[in-house]
Design a protein around this ligand. Structure first.
Ligand code: ATP
Length: 760
């Protein structure tokens, strides 16, 4: 049937000979696509502005449709969880054209049926195999691609992660191959591939192969990639093949050895084209494209359009139609992903990681992303003491990588610690949590990492761990990705213990009855002798808490520290509390506490005169047991109140650049970071010393926060713009007191010496 169009200035006829779609009332191609995406039952009616495009150089006619703000709300509703339609909805255009906009009203009658796969006139075998996998209606990118792909158009497509791009090209290609096959009674032995799909990583290639195989078992799909023997792949190719999916390197090798002949390829798919560039496959890809027949259909999927991808499109695609379901302003992440950010330090990251997994994955699957292979190994080993985890990165043999991924898919272990090699394209069902253990190199990597959860309309969470010096980068990330983080603290020890116990209990149902039987006599004896304590001990042991958890700072998350809050009644003060007041207070009440004081932060709430600070656990307990002067309250905090802003003036933010940051002082460890790629690393600023740059532009430092280690390393610290007179580098403290008394507010004496102090 023909979908014809007659927008002002545009006349395009879309021929879809065998696709049984209902006729549309409006008929520009873009509007057809927009219709397809809208579901009337949920929309009621849709108004969209249709941009009428005029070719700059008198080229082919173009159309584009962009939903109005009103309709975008509705379309978000219609596709809730799919993430396919955001505020800008759907953009379809032929290439670079000028536009003027107009408004057209739609009734939206057609859409619901169009999304139902069974009513699309697709091959029965395909519909049935999709249905058996629970795939009964098209996702927006699939619908948007379907018509032009069936018409044989070259395409450039972009959609959010996990929204079904593989089947977007898979369904039309399978349909076309199936139609061809109907004319051939039995498939020829030794037939050459008609489809070539290029993927940047082995994992993605295997995944695409699986998706195509699962949807069309009757086609012979072969996956070729490096790291494994040539023989099996060569044999599979020689038997005759319909679809070849592979990574560029191995494909070139197979072409060179004459095992892979591309002379009959009718369909080329370049999946994750921008990632080909990132992993250095440009030359290989171009070499392969040169070997393909010129008469073919090409589809290019890419999250971004770097210059090389644009060049590819210009050189190897024929008047491509661009389908962009993301848009520039949109949130680039699928809607079901909840985003959190947690301030950490380089040392505290590891200690809180398992708690975050316990609390946020709730026993489900989690992927932790690191920057380096070494980190992936180390983090995985560290986690394994409490949570079953395995590492995945490029140094691990292909065989082991596949075993690891299978084990993870099957739930044999719940935490995968991976470098970015695993970020792109991996489709592992039901991943509940993503943790960015290190900041990603760029916003795209952030989107792709996070997109490993919240797939196919499901929900998930992603947590970004950042250090104080990376705070600005986090804000920039929000801007660049169009997302909003909820800033969180690590879960409390009590919360973690409670959840760990629940999760361990949940695993008990998986113990085989015969094993239970075997252990029953011992269990009975134990319960008789020790009662429920025995069971509790077993649960504690299974949760990895055979030792009681030590307390942890809420400020730095460092183990062994306890965070306390000092609150002062304004009636007993001069009207403000400073960090110095806290040290003075501690010196008076318990001098050991003043000596061991960690970080101090003033509370942001202007109505409360208070501060939080860290002390070693034993000292904190002792302090809590001592009497406090009237008007002062001191207690252990379980959740941090809002604190005065301690953002450093600069974190050397390089706008997601991959360039090395220049190193500006710091320890050897910092210098080591300099060699690593990526922002947020090697900044020279994510250690405690960075606290000293606060207010650095004006040459003074805020009194709101500083750390013991900062003072130790810097050897001089300023309060209120002048030197305190304390030298802490030697560990000894000059007890002369130059500050203001926290009771009367006058300078020169401590509260303990204050004539107004009723307690002394
Ligand atoms: N129409 C559909 N209905 C239900 N599930 C679907 C549909 N289309 C695809 N899926 C499933 O959704 C998941 C995500 O699909 P896919 O891996 O193709 O996403 P993607 O857009 O390529 O993601 P990424 O950008 O992360 O590579 C897969 O498990 C796939 O089987």
């Amino acid at each position: 049937m023909a979908l014809s169009s007659s927008l002002r200035g545009v006349s395009t006829v879309y021929q879809t000979p065998s696709l049984d779609l209902p006729r549309r009332t409006t008929s520009t191609p873009a509007l057809s696509l927009l219709f397809a995406a809208a579901d009337k039952s949920q929309f009621g009616g849709l108004r969209a502005s249709a941009a009428h495009f005029r070719p700059k150089n008198g080229g082919a006619a173009v159309a584009s449709a962009v939903a109005t703000p009103n309709s975008s709300v509705l379309s978000e509703e219609a596709f809730k969880g799919l993430g396919g339609f955001g505020k800008n909805s759907l953009n379809v255009s032929d290439s670079e054209y000028e536009s003027d906009t107009d408004t057209t009203a739609f009734s939206g009658d057609e859409s619901k049926d169009e999304l139902a796969i069974a009513s699309l006139g697709l091959p029965r075998r395909l519909v049935e195999s999709l249905a058996s996998r629970g795939i009964t209606s098209l996702f927006p990118i699939q619908r948007a691609v379907l018509v032009p792909a069936l018409e044989g158009r070259d395409l450039i497509a972009r959609a959010k992660t996990g929204t079904g791009k593989t089947l977007a090209f898979g369904i039309p290609i399978i349909k076309r191959l199936s139609e061809d096959d109907q004319q051939i009674s039995s498939p020829r032995h030794g037939r050459l591939p008609r489809v070539l799909v290029l993927a940047p990583t082995r994992e993605l290639a295997k995944q695409v192969e699986k998706e195509i195989k699962d949807s069309a078992l009757y086609l012979n799909t072969v996956c070729v990639y490096g790291g494994v023997s040539y023989n099996t792949q060569q044999n599979a190719l020689s038997r005759g093949v319909d679809v070849v999916v592979g990574t560029p390197g191995r494909i070139i090798d197979l072409i060179k050895s004459n095992s892979l002949k591309l002379g009959e390829v009718q369909f080329l798919v370049l999946d994750e084209a921008d990632q080909m560039l990132a992993v250095g496959f440009e030359e290989d890809v171009e070499m392969i494209l040169e070997k393909l027949p010129t008469k073919r259909q090409s589809m290019l999927f890419s999250a971004t359009m770097p210059a090389w991808v644009k060049k590819l499109a210009r050189k190897y695609l024929d008047s491509p139609l661009t389908i962009d379901l993301v848009g520039d302003q949109d949130e680039k992440l699928a809607e079901g992903i909840k985003l959190y950010a947690i301030p950490t330090t380089t040392t505290s990251k590891r200690t809180i990681l398992s708690d975050l997994v316990t609390f946020y994955a709730k026993g489900g699957k989690a992927i932790v992303f690191t920057q380096t292979k070494r980190d992936a190994d180390e983090v995985s080993v560290a986690l394994t003491t409490s949570i079953a985890s395995e590492a995945l990165h490029g140094d691990i043999s292909q065989h082991q990588r596949e075993r690891t991924l299978n084990g993870f898919r099957q739930g044999k272990f719940t935490v995968l610690v991976a470098t970015d090699v695993a970020a792109r394209g991996l489709d592992i069902p039901n991943v509940d949590l993503i943790i960015h253990y290190e900041l990603p190199n760029d916003p795209e990597t952030f989107v792709h990492r996070s997109g490993r959860t919240g797939r196919a309309g499901k929900e998930g969470s992603a947590i970004l761990m950042f250090t104080s010096s990376q705070r600005r980068t986090v804000r920039s990330l929000e801007r660049d990705v169009g997302c909003k983080f909820e800033f969180i603290s690590p879960p409390s020890v009590e919360e973690v213990l409670e959840l760990s116990a629940e999760q361990v209990v949940a695993t008990l149902s998986g113990v085989h009855p015969e094993s239970v039987e075997f252990f029953t006599p011992t269990a009975q004896k134990l319960i008789e002798e020790q009662g429920t304590g025995a069971l509790a001990a077993a649960l504690a042991q299974l949760s990895g808490f055979s030792q009681p958890p030590s307390s942890r700072s809420l400020i730095t998350h460092e183990q062994g520290l306890m965070t306390l809050q000092l609150t002062r009644d304004p009636a007993h003060s001069r009207g403000f509390l400073s960090a110095r007041s806290v040290t003075g207070f501690l010196s008076d009440v318990y001098s050991a506490a003043a000596d061991e004081l960690g970080k101090i932060h003033l509370i942001a709430d202007e109505r409360v005169q208070g501060a939080v600070f860290d002390l070693p656990e034993e000292i904190a307990k002792e302090l809590l047991s001592r009497p406090t002067p009237p008007g002062n309250t001191i207690f252990k905090v379980t959740k941090l109140p809002a604190l005065q802003d301690d953002e450093p003036p600069s974190d050397y933010y390089g706008k997601f650049s991959n360039r090395d940051r220049s190193f500006r002082g710091g320890s050897k460890e910092r210098r080591g970071f300099k060699t690593s790629q990526g922002w947020g690393r090697g900044s020279g600023a994510d250690n405690d010393a960075s606290d000293f740059r606060r207010g650095g532009g004006r040459g003074n430092r805020s009194d709101s926060s500083w750390s013991r280690s900062s003072r130790d390393s810097a050897n001089d610290w300023l309060i209120g713009g002048r030197r305190s007179g304390r030298s802490t580098s030697s560990g000894s403290r000059d007890r002369s007191f130059g500050g203001a008394c926290f009771i009367c507010g006058r300078s020169g004496h401590r509260a303990s010496d204050c004539p107004n102090n009723p307690a002394y």
